[in-house]
Write a protein that binds this ligand. Sequence first.
Ligand code: G3H
Ligand code: 13P
Ligand code: ZN
Length: 349
Amino acid sequence: MPLVSMRQLLDEAAKGGYGVGAFNVNDMEQIQAIMMAAKETKSPVIVQASRGARQFAEDLYLFRLIQAAAELNPEIPIAMHQDHGNSFETCKSAIELGYTSVMMDGSLKEDGKTPSTFEENVEVTRKVVEYAHERGVTVEGEIGVLGGVEDGHGAGGTGLEHITDPDQAVEFAERTGVDALAIAIGTSHGAYKFNKKPDGSVLKMDVLIAIHKRLPHTHLVMHGSSSVPKELQDIVNQYGGNLKPTWGVPVEEIQLGIRNGVRKINVDTDNRLAITGAIRKVFAETPEKFDPRDYLKPAREAMKKVVALRMTQFGQAGHAGDYKPMAITEIAKGYANGSLDTRPSMAAR
Ligand code: G3H
Ligand code: 13P
Ligand code: ZN
C-alpha cells in the first residue's frame, strides 16, 4: 500500500473516537519495531522523522526503509511525517521526498530554539499549508511552545512558560488552515517532564479541553507525550544507567485528551528508554557478546512492546482495516474544492 495521507488517518480516528500514536524513527530496527507492533495490534500508524533523524540516516536511507515497511505491510495504513520542521525549506524537502505529512513548527524561529512571534508563525505555516495542500500533503502547526530541548531543538524551560492561548489557537487555525494543531499544555520533550506525578497545576488538560470546544474540527496533537514509566527507568538504572527520578504524561491523561479532540500523540522518549535498557541488559549480563544482532534484537523487541501497548491504550488497535486509503491526488482535490477545509469559519457553514 502506498503511504497514506495523515489527514485521512486522523479523520478516521476522529470518526472512530480514538488516537493515533506518532512514533519517531532513526533507523531500521525502530521502523521494524513499529511495524511489528502495528501488525500484531492491527493498527494504522504514523511514523515520524525529526530533522536530526533525517540527517542521521541520510534522508534517502530512512525514506526507502519506510517505503519497504509499506510494501511489506500492505494491510497497514502508514503515514510518513516530518516532525518539527523548522522552515518552509525543510517541509518542502520532505514533501519532495514523498512524506505524506509535515509539521511546520513555527512556534520557534528557524534556529529551533527562539520562540517566534504569532505573526511569524502564521506567515510561515500558511506558506507551508499552501504548498503542501496543493500536493495532498497534511500539515500540522504548533501554537504555544513546549518545554525541554531534544537534540538541540526546543526552547528549554519547564513547559509552563508558553501555554497555548485558546483565542490564539482559533485565530491560528483560521488564518493558516492547518489540518492538525500541536498545543502546549505543560509537557516537555525528553525524559524530564515533571518532578512528581503531574496534576492540573502543571499539566493543563483544562486548556486542551477549552481549545477543543472552540476548534472541534481541528485535530489536536499532544507532543512530549511519553509516559516515562518507572519500569523502563529502572531497567536502564539497574544495568549501569544514570537516570534521575522523573515523571512523564500519565496514559489516563492522554486518554482524557483523546476524548477531547486529541488524534495524534507523539512518543519518542519511551522507546529510547526501552531500547537503551534492553541493550544495557545484554552488555551487563553477557559482556562477552559483540554481535550487534545480539543486542539489537532485544532492543527492537523492547520497543515493539512499548509501541504495541500504546497502540492499545490510544485505541488505534484493531482499526487498520476500517477504511480504504485514498490516493494522495484525491486528497489534493479535496483541499482544492474546499471539502477538506476545517478553518472555523468554513466548518461553521
Ligand atoms: O521532538 C523531539 C523528538 O523526540 C525527536 O528528537 O530531534 O532528538 O530526533 P530528535
Ligand atoms: P517525548 O520526548 O515525550 O517522547 O515526545 C516526543 C515528541 O513530542 C516528538 O515530537
Ligand atoms: Zn515534539
